[in-house]
Design a protein around this ligand. Structure first.
Ligand code: DX5
Ligand code: ZN
Length: 209
């Protein structure tokens, strides 16, 4: 399976955000944009107003770690999002929410926290573009990869899901390989890419994991 790499700009230097993005752009497949509201997760990051300033040719995946994500869909679409990823735990009517995203003309995605099983996704597998498996507790970069999330990826592939499966949290050259072997095809990484001396090498290591 072709592996895609999505740098998570949460770990980038925001004082020079567009330069940071320019540096990873030639080697990356997409950008990962982490939105946090201080309620769904114990941290606050950035919203659509910051996204408007991003200059990139890469598709942007917006990971919404927020409550009532639907309140902000239109803002993110206007700001340039290509995929809106909600958390299953934040959506009572997941099917309806994923449908709303597609109706806005962008791709949809759904993420699960470590404690949430993928059974909650069984009814939506036919209508979801990207499933994001959290491999750390959402909220912060730089945490330790949870290997015990791998059975979820296998379970999704066994259920016949053939869309994109991304992994997010603690991804480096070694953990990416474990995720690829389990069936994931999008590697999201913040610390590993932005804190490496040579980001092109770090991205290549993920692509060839
Ligand atoms: C965590 C975020 C991740 C984060 C990953 O809640 O969803 O995207 O940036 O960071 P690293 O790669 O540092 O674990
Ligand atoms: Zn994320």
């Amino acid at each position: 399976m072709n592996i895609q790499v999505a740098p998570s700009i949460l770990s980038a230097d925001f004082g020079r955000l567009n330069e940071e993005i320019k540096e990873v752009e030639p080697y990356s497949d997409r950008l990962h944009y982490d939105v946090m509201d201080g309620h769904f997760v114990p941290n606050i990051s950035f919203g659509a107003p910051v996204m408007k300033w991003i200059k990139t040719k890469l598709p942007i995946d917006v990971h919404l770690m927020i409550e009532h994500p639907w309140d902000f869909f239109e803002d993110f679409v206007k700001a340039g999002a290509d995929t809106l990823i909600v958390h299953a735990e934040a959506c009572k009517d997941l099917k309806g929410v994923l449908g709303t995203i597609r109706d806005l003309g962008v791709k949809n995605g759904v993420s699960v926290r470590p404690k949430t099983g993928v059974e909650v996704l069984e009814g939506v597998l036919e209508m979801v573009d990207q499933i994001l498996i959290m491999t750390v507790e959402p909220g912060f970069g730089g945490q330790k990869f949870m290997k015990d999330m791998m059975p979820k990826i296998r379970q999704l592939r066994d259920l016949g899901y053939d869309g994109d499966i991304s992994v997010d949290g603690g991804i480096d050259d070694k953990t990416a390989r474990i995720c690829r072997e389990a069936g994931a095809n999008i590697m999201i990484a913040g610390t590993y890419i932005f804190e490496s001396d040579d980001r092109s090498v770090a991205i290549a290591n993920l692509k060839n994991c």
